[in-house]
Design a protein around this ligand. Structure first.
Ligand code: UGA
Length: 469
């Protein structure tokens, strides 16, 4: 059993601290936000992450997991100090903002009175390990105290963070102090995962390169999707066919509205910025970002292709979170879609299984006029009176809706499937005008006059719809 302190109780900090406690360690999580810590002490989590609440409760109850706002308390006897504070995009053209990491390092320097290993889990620009070392060294209140710095990037996906922590594909450790890296490796041994020990610069780079590569896969398949749509191929089957090749792999080849969240957008920007700063021209990274930006526009193009003007229309949006199984709204496609649709004079009805509150806050922060947005309790409420439905997040519950009921509630049966969760033939059978992303199977775009579905659906389709009712 080791004594561990985790600085920062965001996704990474809370999951890391709780999982280490669950492995039998004594963990103290520190956050400077008093309200967050007060709530955590009552068992109320600041984020939605499946399984985390129970695990926090179990470990608090067992006396292995503690929360405090005091660095002094957190660092007391800590052998390992994990820095897991945010590194958002800063004001400087995509560079990561290191303010919180530097503050954490300064606070460690003030309180540290014994040897400890400081482990950087936050995603920091290559070379930041040196910065952390320097900040601690320069601010040490007790200059005789020794410490080591290790980089240990995280590879946790929101929504799957617990299983990603417990069953990692690899653990990466970087340090100029091999003994310190070995000590951290021992913490991870029970997970029986491959552990790669390297230098600190390389470890930091592995994190950026991994996220940038996954983002590249997504932008690649989204570009292929556009080509598929034009040439009549179906990108879902293309991805399936490609994915069987072990050299390619099926993961992260889902075409859709592109990547969002707190990681890919920020990390691709930061890596491109680092390369630019180094005098390089990272063409691929810029293309990845451009494709991702354009991808969200497709929804608006598809809507106007079918509905003509959006002025006066009611657009239903299913899903607010940037992906399923999270309430995280950061860089979510839904924000752009709602912004653009309302800017064109449409009103929006929206539902998300868990992200209604975070969604409301995010939309307001983005300056979107909330008078134009109605937050609904169910998907069927969203469909009621809507001229079109847009699937913006691939929540499981959207996959099992009664689509006949959905269609019957709508004013016009237009379904824009931004996450490719439905099949065109089935949706056509229900009487929808269906458009996915990169599914070159539907008929050419047609302008649908308000209230009139017969001209688009054809009598045969309407007939089969009536029959199946
Ligand atoms: C991502 C990485 O997957 C983690 O390994 C990493 O640790 C984390 O960032 C981080 O740096 O902290 P996360 O942002 O939680 O995790 O979400 P992902 O599941 O990777 O999805 C990112 C975005 O890509 C989502 O918007 C998702 O909808 C989109 N995506 C994903 C696609 O559009 N297509 C796909 O095939 C896969």
């Amino acid at each position: 059993m080791s004594n561990i302190c985790v600085l920062g109780t965001g996704y990474v900090g809370l999951v890391t601290g709780t999982c280490f406690a669950d492995m039998g360690n004594n963990v103290t999580c520190v956050d400077i936000i008093e309200e967050k810590i007060a709530k955590l002490k009552q068992g109320i989590l600041p984020i939605y992450e499946p399984g985390l609440e129970e695990m926090v409760e179990r470990n608090v109850h067992a006396g292995r997991l503690h929360f405090t706002t005091s660095y002094e308390e957190g660092l007391d006897n800590a052998e390992f100090i994990f820095i897991a504070v945010p590194t958002p995009t800063g004001a400087n053209q995509g560079a990561a903002d290191m303010r919180y990491v530097e503050t954490a390092a300064r606070m460690i320097a003030q309180e540290l009175d014994h040897y400890a290993i400081v482990i950087n889990k936050s995603t920091v620009p290559v070379g930041s390990g040196d910065v952390v070392s320097r900040v601690i060294r320069n601010n040490l209140k007790r200059p005789e105290v020794n410490f080591a710095v290790v980089s240990n990037p995280e590879f946790l996906r929101e929504g799957e963070a617990l299983s990603d922590f417990q069953h990692p594909d690899r653990v990466v450790l970087g340090s100029s102090d091999p003994e310190a890296a070995q000590s951290v490796a021992r913490l991870y041994l029970p997970l029986r995962a491959p552990i790669l020990v390297t230098d600190i610069y390389t470890a930091e780079m592995i994190k950026y390169a991994s996220n940038a590569f996954l983002a590249t896969k997504i932008s690649f398949i989204n570009e292929i999707a556009q080509i598929c749509e034009r040439l009549g191929a179906d990108v879902k089957e293309v991805a399936e066919g490609m994915g069987h090749d072990k050299r390619i792999g099926r993961a992260f080849l889902d075409a859709g509205l592109g990547y969002g969240g707190s990681c890919f957008p920020k990390d691709v920007r930061a890596l491109a910025h680092m390369a630019d700063e180094a005098g390089l021209h990272p063409q691929m990274l810029h293309a990845v970002m451009d494709i991702n930006h354009d991808q969200r526009r497709l929804v608006i193009n598809k809507l106007t292709n079918i509905l003509g003007t959006l002025r006066g229309c009611v657009i239903g949006v299913l899903g607010l979170a940037f992906k399923a199984n999270t309430d995280d709204m950061r860089e979510s496609a839904s924000i752009d879609i709602i912004r653009w649709v309302t800017a064109q004079g449409a009103t929006v009805r929206v539902y998300d299984p868990v992200a209604t509150e975070t969604g409301r806050v995010a939309l307001e922060r983005e300056g979107i006029n909330l008078d134009m947005v109605e937050f609904c309790q169910t998907s069927y409420d969203v469909a009621t009176g809507a001229d079109a439905l847009v699937i913006s997040t691939a929540w499981n519950e959207f996959k099992s809706l009664n689509m006949l009921q959905v269609r019957a509630a709508m004013r016009r049966p237009v379904l824009i499937d931004g996450r490719n969760i439905y099949e065109a033939t089935e949706m056509n059978r229900y009487g929808f005008i269906y458009r996915g992303i990169g599914r070159g199977t539907g008929p050419a775009p047609t302008i649908l006059p308000p209230g009139d579905t017969t001209s688009i659906l054809g009598e045969a389709q309407l007939l089969s719809l009536e029959e199946s009712k």
